[in-house]
Design a binder for this molecule. Structure first.
Ligand code: PEP
Ligand code: MN
Length: 338
């Protein structure tokens, strides 16, 4: 940390700051300028008491951070790309992972037909919400435990790994019995107790970015999971709220580029929630590949017009199969392969 003192602070005022920095566990190094003095506080900002409290002293102009607030998420702590083992399916590094399936698990017929179709097209991970975070309490809330049982049966038949959302701390244990990846939804991206419980489950976690979460805050949510002993986190960009209404959200592909530069964690793009429109999915997938994503999570439904949630953004089987055929020429230049 750097503490900048107000111009012409007295020697006594400077010494008070130096003493306070030492009291908080840092090594104070004052640097005297002609008009203004700064005090460099040497020490790990993430493990010491915060020095931001020094802002209350009248002689302090500002307190500035030098280190990043996230550590384990950062590439500095782990320069190589992390490759996560999802029950035998690798995510990250040279691999490009396709996760696909319905927004919500609705019925045996709907889930199994979709699982077979996405598998035949080349996906390796089946998505499907059993617990759905809906804006209105009157909308379909998911099949709950019955939905989880269907996901487990679909895995048994197809071998596809399962990614499904966990909405609350009390569901972590039983969702983790079926899920190979626990999805933390956008609305829960800063539910820190849920992040800690998900970390403790030991399962890989797909962490969606919050609706209006800054990139640093998204990384800090991931840091919670890593700091609680679970290194297997996938960052998922799924669009943020902006002034734009043409699309449901604004898919922030620049955040994907930032995440790939700043972090070693795999980054998955969800253009379905991002765009909210099936007609935009193929183009956004190509963009995601180009900026370095490690995989995609796509909503696929046998008959999107009849879906119980997010019908307008789900693609049908034919469209998904076409997407899978179209992507390889884009993957090669990005150094990726299915
Ligand atoms: C979903 O994947 O269907 C979903 C609800 O995602 P998000 O949390 O990103 O809105
Ligand atoms: Mn959805």
């Amino acid at each position: 940390m750097i503490i900048v003192l107000k111009p012409n602070s007295s020697q006594e005022a400077i010494e008070q700051v130096v003493a306070e920095v030492a009291r908080l566990g840092y090594d104070p190094r004052p640097i005297y300028g002609k008009w203004q003095t700064i005090v460099a506080a040497i020490g790990d900002e993430r493990t010491h008491y915060t020095l931001e409290s020094l802002n209350v002293l009248p002689q302090v102009e500002k307190v500035m951070r030098v280190q990043k607030r996230y550590k384990l998420v950062s590439r500095e702590s782990n320069p190589e790309d992390t490759v996560i083992d999802v029950d035998g399916v690798p995510v990250g590094g040279p691999h490009f992972t396709m996760m696909a399936g319905p927004c919500s698990v609705e019925s045996e017929e709907q889930l199994f037909s979709t699982a077979r179709a996405v598998k035949a097209a080349g996906a390796t991970i089946l998505r499907g919400g059993a617990y759905k975070p809906r804006t209105s309490p009157y909308e379909f809330q998911g099949l709950g435990k019955k939905g989880l049982a269907l996901l487990a049966a679909a895995k048994k038949e197809t071998g596809l790994r399962i990614v499904t959302e966990v909405l609350s701390e009390r569901d972590v244990e039983h969702v983790a019995e079926v899920a190979d990846i626990l999805q933390i939804g956008a609305r829960n991206a800063q539910n820190f107790q849920l992040l800690i419980e998900a970390a403790r489950s030991g399962k890989p976690v797909l962490l969606k970015r919050g609706l209006s979460q800054k990139i640093e805050e998204w990384f800090l949510s991931a840091e919670y999971i890593l700091a609680h002993g679970n290194p297997n986190v996938m960052l998922c960009e799924r669009g943020i709220r902006t002034f734009e209404t043409y699309t449901r959200n604004t898919l922030d592909l620049s955040a994907v580029a930032v995440a790939k530069l700043e972090s070693h964690l795999p980054v998955i793009v969800d253009p379905s929630q991002g765009a909210g429109k099936a007609t935009l999915i193929h183009r956004l997938c190509r963009g995601a590949v180009a900026v370095g994503a490690d995989g995609l999570i796509i909503e696929v439904h046998p008959n999107p017009a009849e879906a119980l949630s997010d019908g307008q953004q789900q693609v049908d089987f034919e469209s998904f199969a076409r997407l899978m055929r179209e992507l390889p020429p884009y993957l090669a230049p990005a150094g990726k392969a299915f």
